[in-house]
Design a protein around this ligand. Sequence first.
Ligand SMILES: Cc1cc2nc3c(=O)[nH]c(=O)nc-3n(C[C@H](O)[C@H](O)[C@H](O)COP(=O)(O)O)c2cc1C
Length: 213
Amino acid sequence: MNILRISCSPRGQEAESHRLSQRIVEGLFERSPNARLMDRMIGQDPVAHIDADIALAQHQGDAGRSGHASLLRSEALIREVEAADILVIATPMHNAGVPSVLKAWIDHVVRSGRTFTVGPEGKTGSLRDRPVLVAVSSGGRYSGERARQPDFLTPYLTAILGMVGLRDLHFFSVQGTGLGEQVVALARIQAEHGIRAYFSSLPERHPVPGALA
Ligand SMILES: Cc1cc2nc3c(=O)[nH]c(=O)nc-3n(C[C@H](O)[C@H](O)[C@H](O)COP(=O)(O)O)c2cc1C
């Protein structure tokens, strides 16, 4: 089983979102001890923003551009996703949405004619569905009765990954990292419960839906 983790915080391994994703990864290894983990720390080693070649390829197709550096980069990132049985995305909330590094990664991976096609019915994803486990950290709360801010992160990731065929999304979060130690401690416990509930909901015989050990 191949796990691809995309870690989006500039704080790298010290990040709350990365720490939360680590608990998820540990859960995956408990089920599949022979799993392989590929870490992409885009928060500290960002993917470049898209350039004219990718922008033109979106309009006019890839023909004649396939050797260009940015398309090769896009292709490499897409192949990493295709090679993964499970995606783990560790991300902070930035300004009510995803950090710009994650948006840049998405701009490379969500590509017309490659990971989705456009037809009379709209856009159809080309990627095989597989679990995408999203670990979010936020300074304030964005869900529940005490949320005081909008959440564009959850619906955005759900829509954009769904567009390329990734629909099996599960969100875990530590919310309120700016609200004091007690809030963080409680949020971590709640996140842990969420992770345990996810793993105990999976059938015993299959490590993770759609994935081979
Ligand atoms: C540029 C920036 C924008 C942020 N915007 C929000 C926000 O809109 N809502 C929120 O709750 N926290 C916001 N935060 C706080 C982070 O989400 C919070 O510190 C989070 O715990 C960081 O997670 P990390 O340790 O994984 O990087 C923002 C932080 C930064 C640096």
